[in-house]
Structure formats: C-alpha cells, structure tokens
Design a protein around this ligand. Sequence first.
Ligand code: FAD
Length: 385
Amino acid sequence: MNFEWTPEQRALRERVRALLARELPPDWEHISRHGPGSPAQTAFSLAFCPKLAAEGLLVPHWPAAHGGRDAPAWEHFIIGEELFAAGEPRGPQYMNANFIGATLMKFGTPQQQARYLPDMAAGRAVWCQGFSEPSAGSDLAALATRAMPRGEEYVINGSKVWTSYAGMAQTCFLLARTDAGKGGIAIFLVPMDTPGITVRPIPSLIGHGDIHEVFFDDVVVPAAARLGEEGQAWAIIGYALSLERVGLARYAFSRRVLDRMVGELTAQDRFADSAVRAQAAQALAACEAARLLVYRVVDERARGLPPSAVSNLARVAVVKADHAVSDFALAHFGDALCGDRWPLVLAHHERAIAAGIASGAAEIQLNLVANDWLQLPRESRLERS
Ligand SMILES: Cc1cc2nc3c(=O)[nH]c(=O)nc-3n(C[C@H](O)[C@H](O)[C@H](O)COP(=O)(O)OP(=O)(O)OC[C@H]3O[C@@H](n4cnc5c(N)ncnc54)[C@H](O)[C@@H]3O)c2cc1C
C-alpha cells in the first residue's frame, strides 16, 4: 500500500479548495454550525451541489451512464475529505453521493434508476433514511413498521425515529416488514409527499430541524417502490452501510477544529504548557489513526475487494478521534463552548456527543470486530464452565 498522493490527486484537492474559497459565504461557519439537516444548511446544499455537479465533482465515481465520469474511488474520497473538513456544504446530499446512489445502481430496477439517479447526480435530491424505530435501533431486526401487500401495492403503517433530514427530504429509504422474522424485511423508496406521512421534528443539541419522528398511517406505495425482493433487505443494507460507515471523513473535520484550537492557544501563549501539548498530541494521533484506517477501507474498495471488518474498525477510530478532539475543547477551550465566537468548535463538540450512536452504535461495531475480525467465541468462560 502506498499512500502518497499523485500530482493529479494533489491538483484535485487544490481545485476543491479553490471552489470552496469561491463558493462558501463569509458566514458559512455560522450556517454550518446548525447541522447538515437544518433548513439553512439543506437550502445551501441545494444551491451548492448543482455547482459541484457542473464541475464534475459531485459524483465523479459514478458511471458516465448515470451522470458520473467513471473516476476512481479515491477521487470521490478526496473530494469528500475536503468538503467534510469545510463543514460539509453538501448537507444531506453527502448520503446520495456516498451510498444511496451506489445502492440504487446495484439493486434498483432500470425504472428506479431513471427516476432517482439524475436528480442525485445534478445535486437537487434530498433523501432521508428510515431505519430506526422506538424499539429497534441497534437491533434493527426488531423493527415493527409493516408493509402489507395488497394487489400491486403495499400499505405501510408504523413509525420511525431519529430520522435525519426528514423535514426537507423528498424521498425516504425506508425499511419495513412484509413478513415475520429477521428475513421478512424489505426496502421501499417512498416519496415523502405521499398521503399518510407525518414528520415531527425532535429538538436536539446537534441543531434545530436535524432529526425527526416520521409516522406512516395507511401509506400506499406501488410494488414498483420496493428496492430488490421481499426479504432481501439485509444484503442491501449490508452493502449500503459498508459504504456509509467510511463515507464520512469526520476525522478531517476533527483535525481542522484541533488545528484551529491549537492556533488560538498558541496566539494566547497557552500552548507551551506540556500537559496541553500532550493532550493535543493524543488528539492528533487519534485523528491520524482514523484517517489511515479509513484509507485502508477506501484502498480495499478501489481494488474491488468485498467489504471487510476494517470498515468497522475504521468507524470506531473515527468516533475516538471525534471524542479526543471534543475532550480537548472541553479541557482547554471552554469559552468556545459558550456563545457564538467559535461556531466551528461548538458544532464539532455538539456533533461529537452524538458520535458513537448516530449511524449505528460504536459498541455494535466492536461486536462485529470481535466476531468477524478476531473470531472470538460468543459464549463467556462462565457459561462454558
Ligand atoms: C444524531 C443522530 C442521527 C440519527 N440519524 C438517523 C437516521 O437518519 N436514520 C435512522 O434510521 N436512524 C438514525 N439515528 C438513530 C441511530 O442509528 C440509533 O440511535 C442507533 O442505531 C442506536 O439505536 P438506539 O438509539 O435504539 O439505541 P440502542 O440500540 O437501544 O442502544 C443503546 C445503548 O446500548 C448499546 N447496545 C445496544 N445493543 C448492544 C449490543 N448488542 N452489544 C453492546 N452494546 C449494545 C448501544 O451501543 C448504546 O450505547 C440517528 C441517531 C442520532 C443520535
């Protein structure tokens, strides 16, 4: 493995930075402070992503037939790293570029692809992900939302919770049960303006309008809204989540915030203290560990290898980096967490609180590492003796 950037990759990075310098407004850090699903950031993404698309930088890794330009996986990743470090101006549309589009390309019908992919590639599609329910988070197999077949359609009843971006989404990537048991789950692509859908925002630390409850009352969708076959949900989710887990270059944002804090502490003559320097070094090491583990995953993907447990390890490392930088902020930059002067540090700190639970709990990733990577026995010594 060689992680030197080629001259073309360096030039791409510079191009993205130049575009960001040109397109982000002076108050961008205040806009991005409210989270990717906030009305302000979602609205900004609908203006910004078409510009990225026009430059060939939104979905470069997609096939040309779907609006991409067949670029290598690394190209998409470098762009994502730069955008994430800048506070993710794609807003919720990062999901389309990272995993929803690829999942539709692999499992969708030609009609579904023709309906949804062009808007994603053009930068004007906002999706939400309806997986979690009040009694089904880590244990997704316990989900209770029903999709009852009725002739050539399904009738959906149930509710979802913690659904990011639902308030402004046009379409939901929805998990619902067509039959009993773990195998009885299917995925539906549901327009959010379908009668019977109610969205209620949940006030939260990470920003107003970011997470929601979504209720489905006798929502009727055609059978053609089902992605893949009934019972195929786990294969599809496994594929989608393996892309999503490392799609977020959150360590790049953590690193930027850490650099910002170190710069300010240096300016205040507070960075000479060896305890402060040691904690900064630990946070920096955590960001670097996350970056290199994520690079391994991208390398595997670029070489066409199947998803492996490295993606679970990488995700845990990203959470640890978030927490290390957030702890540094709390210990040495406390003023930044009150008031409006350091929106970037505050945004990072609030999001780090949700890290390790949003997009799947870190403990579940560790379970997967224990089972799939280390092949540890499932039963305890106590149970065996
Ligand atoms: C900011 C934010 C945004 C989110 N966005 C979305 C979204 O867009 N769409 C969506 O569907 N969901 C979303 N979620 C929900 C998220 O995926 C769930 O919160 C997560 O899967 C955990 O589920 P839970 O909340 O039910 O917690 P639980 O599953 O009840 O877990 C509670 C605690 O128990 C631990 N735990 C549970 N089971 C095990 C086990 N087997 N071994 C060890 N420890 C375990 C967990 O690690 C956790 O610490 C979001 C959550 C947050 C915080």
